[in-house]
Structure formats: C-alpha cells, structure tokens
Write a protein that binds this ligand. Structure first.
Ligand code: SPD
Length: 444
C-alpha cells in the first residue's frame, strides 16, 4: 500500500509538473521531456547532455525529467493521458504493447556529423529485440522493433539474499520461498509480470526438464489454467511475504530488514555494493528452474514534441563512457557491448576482488573466460535458462485481477484511481491550454 501511495505521489507530482510546463510554455521545441524509471541514470549526465547537444547542433535544450517505477503507470500516461513525453523507457513486453497499439514513432538515426553511437549496442540485445512480437509494417512486412526502440539496460530476475541467514543451496529453487525459516523475511517484487513468470516456470519445472515445454513457450502463456495455478501458488505464500516492493527492497536488504528479495539483478548489484559499507554480505542468484531475462528500451511516443533532442539523447547514452557512468551509478547493466565497456567492467570486477571467470561470449564476442561480476554478466549457462516476457494483450486485465486477489489489497482499485487522476489531470491541462490558446487568438 505504501508503494502504491509512493507511485501515486510520483505520478501526481509528475502530472502536475507536466501540466504546469504545458501551461507555462507555448514553445516546447527547446524542452526535452524524459519519463524514466527511478534510480536509473547518473543524473549529472542530464546537465552534460545540454552542453553536448548545443555543441552538436547549435541548439539549446532544457530537460524536464520525471520518474515512474511501474511500467503500467507509464503506459497509462501515454495511452490514456496522451502525455507529451519525448522519451519513455518501457520494458520489453511494454515495448511490444506500445508498438502494437501504435503509441510510438520511428527513431531517426540522422545525427548530422555526430557519429551514430547506437551501433554500440551488443548483438545479444539485437537478438532479444528479434524475439519481440513487433507486428507488421503497412506493406505487410515484419516490423523491426529496433526502428522504434533503442535498448538501455538489461538483466535478470532472481533472488537477492543475505549470506548470514540464507545459504545459496536453500534458494536454488523458487520453491525456497516456502521454507518456513524464511517466513516474513522476504519481499516480492511488486510487478505482476515479473513474479508471474518465475512462478509459472517453477510450476512447470518437471515439464521443462522432460522437454514437454520450454521456458520461452511459458513466457507467452496467460491461459486461465496457468493464471489459476500461479494464483493458488502465490496465495499459499501470501501470509509469509514481508512486503511487496517496487523500489525500496534494495534498501531493506542492505539494512537487513529482509533476508531475501525476489528482484532485478541491477538492484542486487546496487544492494551488494551498498551493503559492503555496513559489513552486510549480500549476493544474488538465478534459481535453477530458470527465469526471465529482460531489457528496458528508449522509445519516442507519438505525442512527443521534441523528437530531435530525444534521438540525440538516446545517442548520447549509447556512448561507451556514458554507459559506464550509468552502470557505476545504478548497478544496472548497459546494453552497450564495446571493448571499452568490457575493459572497464572487468577492471571493476577485479578491483572488487572477483577472481572467477564467466562465459560472457553471448554479450562480448569471444569472451568465454573473462573476469566479470556474475551478477552483472551471468555465465552463459544462466542466460540459457532465461527467456524474455511478452505482452499479455487483453489478458493483462485477468492477470491484474489475479495479482490484486493475491496481494489481498485494493491494488487494482488504487491503480484505477491513479489512472483516473492522471486522465482527468491530462484532460484538465488540455482544456486550460485550449482556453488560453483561445484567449490568445482573441487578443490577436
Ligand atoms: N530502479 C530502476 C528499475 C528498472 C528496472 N526495470 C526492470 C524491468 C524488468 N521487467
């Protein structure tokens, strides 16, 4: 509930910000409005972008930077609120959804004499993009999602755990959550898709092992039967959950308020590093049954007003040095796979005392035995048991109903109120802008 409240506040503040800027500025062409996940960038880059953009184009730009921590809230603002963000950062399955709902526009790679740094994106990310159901072009050919999105960060879903209380062997299975020893000592991610998928994998572990179904197949499965099975499973766990977190789980882990958190690898890296400072030893693993590999990507909504600055901003983030800074700041792994990134990340791992190697050749060509932090770049064997999620289309509603029942709160009610507030706010802003526009015309 606290998290929903926080999200509501973020969204309302964001909405007010949007309305006031919409009211205060008639000319939006020198403003870049970015809507990103919280804790997901080195914020000093925002200021530096302004200078860089001026150097490249001779044009000035101001940045309005707003935050979300739930994919579906960001989506609602674009889909229903028609918010005029120039850049948003959805996850893979929402990339699919935004493409198929026609909510985005193609990204231009015309940067004049500025190099196109988006070519720094690792082929591994291109492969993930290739798995998206991106729909078809007007001429019936298969659409390439990369024409509409450029990757940002990627990672896995797994367990962040405290080594003092939890042995790795105890959570090699998602079933470790049912160990009475961990009752009321773990958080679940408050992101229904990110919990549904691992639970479905857990339920189907025997069938996966027998070759009857693949993890990839399961990522499309939103049948009534599967949703019911996951619901029953989660209901049997509900009384043991300490809380549902969208972003505070990593802090809770560093403070030893919880022993386990089902979450994202980037948060794990951040928490592991922070915890060291207070002598708390955290680690991260992806259970043996398999999991979800995900990526977030930049997209330009169709209601965007400054597409030029938006595409330059994406390009700026794809420069190796900026990708490294974002990784250092957030704990998340950039999609950039250049030798500079490899060198920096390998150096970091050695400085932090990592001596073991991973096979990271899926990401850095030829790197089958390289010293890297396995939380950031898991061994190929881990990646091989992970798959990408997909848009649940009109089944999303059914999944949300299930999630609401599982959490036993009025999450859905809150979500509806929140979306209502956003839509009413956006309409109010539009009406005021129209009235002001009308008045201006009269004055003329
Ligand atoms: N605090 C930033 C978190 C962004 C992580 N996105 C992961 C989405 C996985 N579906």
């Amino acid at each position: 509930m606290k998290k929903i409240f926080k999200s509501l506040c973020i969204a309302v503040v964001a909405m007010l910000g949007m309305s006031s800027s919409a009211l205060g500025e008639t000319d939006r062409s020198n403003v870049l409005k970015i809507y990103n996940w919280s804790d997901y960038i080195d914020e000093s880059l925002l200021e530096e972008f302004k200078t860089w953009y001026y150097e490249q184009t001779g044009e000035k730009v101001e940045i309005v930077y707003q935050l979300f921590d739930i994919n579906e809230i960001m989506l609602a603002k674009i889909e229903r609120g028609h918010a005029d963000y120039d850049l948003v950062c959805p996850s893979d399955y929402i990339v699919e959804r935004m493409l198929n709902l026609g909510l985005v526009q193609p990204i231009s790679h015309d940067f004049g004499s500025t190099p196109d740094y988006t070519s720094n994106v690792a082929p591994f990310i291109d492969e993930l993009f290739g798995k998206l159901n991106a729909g078809v072009n007007e001429d019936g050919t298969k659409r390439d999602a990369r024409d509409y999105a450029v990757g940002y960060m990627w990672g896995t879903v797994g367990f962040i755990y405290n080594k003092k209380y939890v042995k790795a062997e105890e959570i090699q299975s998602w079933g470790g959550l049912w160990n009475p020893k961990f009752a009321k000592m773990f958080f679940l991610k408050d992101a229904f898709r990110d919990v549904y998928s691992p639970m479905l994998i857990y339920l189907n572990a025997d069938r996966i092992a027998a070759g009857e179904v693949t993890i990839e197949d399961l990522m499309w499965d939103t049948s009534d039967e599967s949703i019911k099975a996951v619901e029953d499973l989660l209901l049997s766990l509900r009384d043991n959950v300490l809380g549902w977190e969208a972003d505070f789980g990593k802090d809770m882990m560093t403070q030893e308020m919880a022993w386990i958190s089902l979450g994202w690898s980037g948060d794990a890296k951040w928490a592991v590093d922070e915890a060291k400072a207070v002598n708390v030893e955290l680690d991260y693993l992806v259970p043996q049954e398999g999991s979800n590999v995900w990526f977030d990507a930049w997209m330009i909504p169709k209601y965007a007003k400054n597409v030029k600055a938006a595409s330059y901003f994406i390009n700026f983030l794809c420069m190796s040095e900026n990708a490294i800074r974002n990784m250092d700041e957030t704990g998340y792994v950039s999609v950039i796979g250049t030798p500079e990134v490899l060198e920096a990340m390998s150096e970091r791992a050695m400085e932090e005392g990592t001596t073991s190697t991973v096979d990271a050749s899926y990401f850095f060509e030829g790197q089958t035995e390289v010293v890297l932090d396995p939380i950031l770049y898991p061994d190929r064997s881990v990646i091989d048991r992970c798959a990408l999620m997909h848009d649940s289309g009109d089944r999303t509603e059914v999944l949300l109903e299930m999630w609401s029942r599982v959490k036993g709160d009025s999450a859905r009610g809150w979500m509806k109120v929140l979306i209502g507030v956003l839509v009413v706010g956006a309409i109010a802003a539009a009406v005021v802008v129209k009235i002001r526009g009308g008045k201006k015309k009269k004055r003329k």
